[in-house]
Design a protein around this ligand. Structure first.
Ligand SMILES: *Cc1c(COP(=O)(O)O)cnc(C)c1O
Length: 405
């Protein structure tokens, strides 16, 4: 089981799973637990969970690939010059992806902050020292109004003043001598009125750097280079979501001059805005490995595997009266991976969506899903092979017992 995320073994189902079809749920569960090694969490009173919700930071993002985990372990054993390591790994990641330059950050939010610092202070040591004070510097960051989100705090933390625009016309008007950076959020394109290409073109025309936050936008894997290829000067990705690197890692990719400026605003240098977002040798080496593995993965096989998880669960619960299921891939504004929507008549079944989610979360093993007012919703991305059987079994059990005291 521990081998699942390595490429070699993607479909090499572990022995216990081969027998799982003939096991009773309790045996299946015991076998599952033995395979997942969550004991250190249990010892301190934390119950590990089956993540059928998605790559949420609060549920710890994703789980590292075996290769990344091993790289982290090996990296932890000896000393290296950290500045040199950042440089070499940045170059290697850039080459692997096919972008001009890359920098390892402490997460995508950290990449947002560093991108902003790079666009405000550049490589000027005095300005780097003064951030987040920005007197005498261009410090306005323009965002589409509907793209405002918690993570734009990271841009403000570098001293940026956010200027909101609603229409393309407003955008053109807002760009001026005080503009430091244009900030787009890739997944929010459908929310606003300004198309990504138009936003980009406005920045290009004015000669202002344009940044795109694509933290959780893997898959599709080609986002890794396509957003830069399309013309964005800087793009951020979370290392602990789609890439399956360490949770506390990210990458900033893009134009060489700006990535270099970001690096100068970053740790390990002490007198920088980035010093509090330190990345250690362990994260740096692990994120390099995560990118390597991600570039070689069979992404179509992943999609098939994930769809299989969702279809299995859908098939298992289909017989329950009033239960409806749908396996689907969200359109623009969603993550292109298979999800499963389960709906039922709450009155007929004697079970609300919230109650169902609570029972999944309170039970053993703990299972986390998404709830809405009219469905429970499962994401496939973070599930291990075999877990779809456990989720299906728990759901059937909950449905069977619904309405009973
Ligand atoms: C998750 C996320 C971030 C933050 O990523 P971290 O790697 O956790 O710092 C930023 N922006 C968006 C859109 C995200 O989904």
């Amino acid at each position: 089981m521990a081998q699942y995320f390595s490429r070699r073994n993607l479909f090499g189902a572990p022995l216990w799973l081969a027998a799982a079809g003939s096991l009773r749920p309790t045996d299946l569960y015991a076998s599952y637990l033995a395979s997942r090694h969550g004991e250190n969490y249990r010892q301190i009173g934390i119950r590990p969970l089956i993540n059928a919700a998605g790559t949420y930071t609060t549920l710890t993002g994703s789980v590292m690939s075996d290769d990344a985990r091993q790289a982290m372990f090996e990296a932890s054993k000896c000393f290296v010059p950290l500045v040199e390591l950042q440089q070499v790994v940045g170059e290697r990641i850039a080459k692997l992806i096919g972008v001009p330059a890359a920098l390892v950050s402490a997460g995508a939010a950290s990449a947002i902050q560093l991108a902003t610092a790079a666009c405000i202070a550049g490589k000027d040591p005095d300005k780097i020292h003064r951030l987040p004070q920005t007197e005498g510097m261009a410090n306005e960051v323009i965002m589409v109004k509907q793209h405002r989100m918690g993570f734009d705090h990271a841009a403000r933390a570098s001293g940026a003043k956010i200027v909101e625009v609603d229409t393309l016309e407003e955008l053109h008007k807002a760009i001026g001598p005080k503009t430091a950076m244009l900030f787009y959020v890739h997944i929010y394109e459908p929310k606003g009125k300004i198309r990504e290409a138009d936003f980009l073109a406005a920045g290009k025309k004015a000669g202002v750097p344009v940044f795109n936050d694509a933290a959780a936008e893997l898959p599709p894997h080609d986002n890794l280079w396509k957003i830069v290829e399309s013309g964005f000067d800087l793009v951020s990705f979370s290392g602990g979501k789609g890439l399956r690197g360490p949770q506390a890692s990210g990458i900033l990719v893009g134009r060489k001059e700006l990535v270099e400026a970001a690096a100068l605003n970053n740790n390990p240098y002490s007198d920088t805005i980035g010093r509090g977002m330190k990345v250690g040798k362990e994260e740096i080496m692990a994120v390099l490995k995560a990118v390597e593995v991600y570039m070689q993965r069979d992404h179509d096989a992943d999609q098939k595997l994930w769809r299989g998880f969702m279809e299995h669960i859908a098939g298992e619960v289909a017989g329950t009266p009033s239960v409806k299921t749908e396996v689907y891939i969200p359109g623009p504004g969603g993550h292109p991976i298979p999800y499963l929507r389960i709906q039922w008549d709450e009155k007929k079944l004697g079970l609300t969506y919230a109650e169902c989610a609570k029972k999944l979360s309170d039970g053993e093993p703990r299972i986390e899903v998404n709830t809405a007012s009219d469905e429970i919703n499962l994401a496939s991305y973070n599930m291990y092979p075999g877990e779809e059987r456990i989720v299906a079994w728990r759901l059937r059990e909950i449905f069977r017992d619904a309405g009973k005291a």
